[in-house]
Design a protein around this ligand. Structure first.
Ligand SMILES: NC(=O)C1=CN([C@@H]2O[C@H](COP(=O)(O)OP(=O)(O)OC[C@H]3O[C@@H](n4cnc5c(N)ncnc54)[C@H](O)[C@@H]3O)[C@@H](O)[C@H]2O)C=CC1
Ligand SMILES: O=C(O)C(=O)COP(=O)(O)O
Length: 351
């Protein structure tokens, strides 16, 4: 448990979170923090009450995943215009696609994320998908349930030992995937334009350009955020540039890879398989073409949905929100340049 002791303040700081995923750790920590009042607002079906709560909020814990949150509760210029006292926003995950960070910065609002809290879960899930694709686990299960008269050789898979994995992004999750890959005897290469070559090496990968990564990898795995630099990054040309027989994985965000182009690359036989946790539309429609392919193993944004990750993320978010509302700089600011302004706004808050 983090230290949450502080003298009571003369009026409660108002923190809102929407009633999307409940985590007792979050509510316990906030509830025990002197001077902070928590409102849990209905996210669906009572828009007037939710907006009324948000309008008076000083702090807002927002879902990281767009599928979970009705769009009217995304943090954007329209919402910010209605919330004059909002000074800090915490994303309940590593990604913060539900938050317009430049709009927050312009309004003097500090934004934090929880990268790291779910990294172990997502890295493990990446390997669950990879092994399932390479060893045809789901296909085998389906054949056993529904077919007779097939042989083991009909379900022959491939080893990952001795192959090359290319990581697009080597932050908290990518670094963990690199370590797991080393345990499997894979060569690890990575492309991360925001990191220098030494850092990438320290994280267990050889730094390469994106073109070299696509050309050399037997497995391409995405671990970068969805932003202007990555939207549509893995398009038809990128799939064509991958090695024949490569496997494509994404536990990052839908929108980074082109789903129609991926379907063509798989259906045409250029790629061996894909493991997908994230989708352009979440949940994907049941008739999504990719879901009909036998060489695709699909989950629905569950890479970070473990008891451990949810506990870590809740603890980290609550701790950072408490720190900010006490005027202390939190460790995981997404827009650090805004902190002096946000801190001054927090100090000046009136009941
Ligand atoms: N499927 C799920 O349940 C989850 C998905 N995610 C997604 O995974 C992403 C990564 O998470 P973390 O590793 O925790 O974040 P992180 O912030 O620790 O790492 C992201 C890395 O991507 C790099 N990067 C930024 N732009 C890039 C580009 N154009 N090309 C290549 N690399 C680039 C950054 O330099 C950084 O090293 C999140 O942004 C989120 O979208 C995260 C957690 C759960
Ligand atoms: O951390 C992230 O970016 C996530 O996507 C996790 O979202 P979740 O907490 O599983 O709704």
């Amino acid at each position: 448990m983090p230290d949450i002791g502080s003298p009571p303040q003369d009026f409660p700081k108002r923190l809102c979170r929407l009633d999307l995923w409940l985590n007792p750790v979050f509510d316990q920590l906030i509830g025990a923090a002197p001077g902070i009042g928590l409102s849990v607002l209905p996210a669906r079906g009572d828009d007037a009450r939710t907006l009324a709560g948000l309008k008076t909020a000083h702090a807002y814990h927002v879902s990281a995943a767009k599928d979970e949150l009705p769009p009217q509760w995304f943090v954007n210029a329209a919402l910010i215009a209605q919330c004059p006292d909002l000074v800090c926003v915490s994303s309940g995950g590593a990604g913060y696609d539900t938050v317009d960070v430049p709009a927050c910065t312009a309004a003097g609002i500090a934004v934090v994320n929880q990268a790291g809290g779910n990294a172990a879960s997502v890295a493990e899930h990446t390997y669950a998908l990879l092994l399932a694709v390479k060893r045809r686990v789901v296909e085998s299960h389906q054949r056993l349930r529904h077919d007779t008269g097939f042989s083991r050789e009909d379900l022959m898979g491939h080893e990952i030992h001795g192959t090359v994995i290319g990581l697009v992004g080597i932050g908290q999750i990518g670094s963990r995937v690199a370590r797991i890959a080393q345990g499997f005897g894979m060569r690890v290469i990575a492309h991360d334009p925001l990191l220098d070559a030494d850092t990438i090496r320290q994280r267990g990968a050889e730094p390469v350009s994106l073109a070299d990564l696509l050309a050399q990898s037997d497995v391409v795995s995405l671990h970068c955020p969805l932003d202007a630099s990555t939207r549509g990054l893995i398009d038809a040309r990128a799939f064509a540039a991958m090695k024949p027989g490569a496997v494509f994985l994404s536990t990052a965000r839908g929108g980074i890879h082109d789903e129609a182009a991926l379907y063509d690359a798989l259906h045409g036989g250029h790629l061996r398989g894909a493991g997908l946790d994230v989708w352009q539309q979440e949940p994907p429609p049941r008739d999504a073409p990719l879901l009909g392919l036998p060489n695709v193993v699909a989950t629905f944004h569950t890479a970070g949905v473990t008891h451990e990750a949810r506990r870590n993320v809740a603890q980290s978010s609550a701790t950072q929100l408490i720190a900010m509302l006490r005027g202390e700089r939190p460790p995981q600011l997404v827009n650090p340049e805004v902190w002096p302004i946000a801190a001054a706004r927090i100090a000046a808050l009136k009941p």
